[in-house]
Design a binder for this molecule. Structure first.
Ligand code: UDP
Length: 415
């Protein structure tokens, strides 16, 4: 069982002391997080670590997952794509399934939700729950992890009516936000340096992935870890690899994905990827179970360069994970990748397969540059994107919502 104190050697004792101090006035607060999947995807990753730490700090925290059928997830996948800018018309009958599913989930969760002091609703899937909790006593916060900068308007208009009733919204970046009729907070996501996904591994554990996936230890690996989703542009990654392969025939490509249970489009995208790979023995298209955290950790460590060629991205936790492992990241110039990939320092921002191939070539020719950028990458994450910073901001948010009416909130902030 990981304790908050275990983070002290990584972030410093002062940071831990400050978290304890910040949590003091929140002891016993009833907090409920609600999302739509226990495993796979960025939201589940964050909750898996944030929830136990908040509990340890004395808050009374629960994590609830709403249940839904195929058509519910078809609908919310449509929302997801539409909110990220695609013109998706979500049929009226699917909207009914969406609302009905939330109504049914509210039946099971109502007493917990109405009694809570603070409820965090993650992403659009559980948004209508609030409507079915008329006697709620706490503050409700919509935690949006999606890039809402250019939503398809009809879908946003529909969802906004549910959002409007909340007390506050949280976005990952200012650029991702839409006007909402309540307080808006900005909290970039984070990773847990002690989780299976990010903890240090022995050489033996890293080496295990070479034989397991038939990779050549002597040749550099280019890696993308992502759900099979068009916004992650896996086909563009294969094109970039092919261009790079022209001058570096020894290059290997690993695409690792699969997992999220709320993504019915994955199969179709996987088929497109396999067609594009066209039997190339140096392209390894892996389908991993959703709990393959150590495997992903080892692949990220075994990689020479990590790529995340997304065309649209929320925050891009896979980028944070790779940077933390000292790998420069070639990232799509979009969303939260821009916040993490500091061009020429922690990696390179690219917009096309050609651009990505050029950067791959550059780094293959200059191993010292890879090492230099890797050191900067890790430090950048230590400063900005670890769980301790995320926890601090979430606690601050709850303090401000719970004591916001008081004239003065005494907090001794050292950082
Ligand atoms: N992930 C995983 N298995 C996969 C693909 C991704 O465990 O097959 C993890 C990945 O390591 C990261 C998260 O899921 O922690 C994906 O978060 P990100 O923000 O990159 O993208 P999202 O899937 O939320 O769009």
């Amino acid at each position: 069982m990981i304790s908050i104190q275990d983070y002290a050697p990584i972030v410093g004792q002062e940071v831990i002391d400050q978290l304890r101090q910040l949590a003091e006035p929140l002891k016993g607060l009833k907090v409920v997080h609600v999302n739509s999947t226990k495993e796979g995807g960025g939201v589940a990753e964050i909750l898996r670590m944030l929830v136990p730490l908040m509990k340890e700090l004395g808050l009374d925290v629960r994590w609830e997952v709403i249940r839904g059928g195929e058509r519910f997830f078809e609908c919310t996948k449509g929302f997801h794509n539409a909110l990220q800018g695609k013109s998706v018309v979500v049929h009226e009958s699917l909207l009914q399934v969406y609302e009905k599913t939330n109504e049914q989930n509210a039946e099971d969760l109502r007493s917990v939700l109405e009694e809570a002091d603070v409820v965090f609703i993650h992403d659009p899937q559980p948004l209508p729950l609030l409507k079915w909790c008329p006697n709620r006593k706490g503050k409700w916060i919509w935690r949006c992890h999606i890039d809402l900068s250019h939503p398809f308007r009809p879908v946003w208009r529909y969802l906004r009516q549910f959002v409007a009733d909340f007390d506050a919204s949280v976005f990952s970046l200012a650029d991702f936000a839409q006007p909402v009729p309540h307080t808006m907070f900005l909290i970039p996501p984070s990773i847990d340096p002690l989780s299976e996904k990010n903890m240090e591994l022995s050489a033996q554990e890293v080496n295990a992935v070479y034989s397991r996936f038939n990779l050549d230890k002597e040749r550099p690996i280019l890696l993308q870890v992502s759900r099979y989703d068009r916004f992650k542009d896996p086909v563009g990654v294969i094109r970039a690899y092919r261009l790079a392969k022209n001058f570096a025939p020894y290059l290997q490509l690993v695409l690792a994905g699969g997992g999220a249970t709320d993504d019915p489009e994955g199969e179709a995208v996987l088929a497109e990827v396999n067609a594009e790979a066209n039997g190339d023995p140096d392209i390894h298209v892996l389908r991993l179970p959703s709990d393959a955290h150590t495997t992903i950790n080892a692949l990220q460590r075994a990689a020479y360069i990590v790529i995340q060629k997304s065309i649209k991205e929320g925050f891009g936790l896979t980028v944070t994970e790779a940077l933390w492992k000292g790998k420069p990241v070639i990232g799509g110039d979009t969303g939260g990748i821009r916040l993490q990939v500091v061009n020429h320092h922690t990696g390179f921002l690219v917009s096309t397969p050609e651009g990505a191939a050029l950067r791959v070539r550059h780094l293959l020719q200059q191993p010292h540059k890879v090492a230099e950028m890797g050191v900067k990458a890790r430090e950048f994450v230590r400063e900005n994107f670890l769980i301790t910073r995320d926890l601090r901001e979430n606690l601050s948010l709850m303090v401000s919502l719970s004591f916001g009416d008081e004239e003065r909130i005494e907090l001794e902030m050292r950082q």
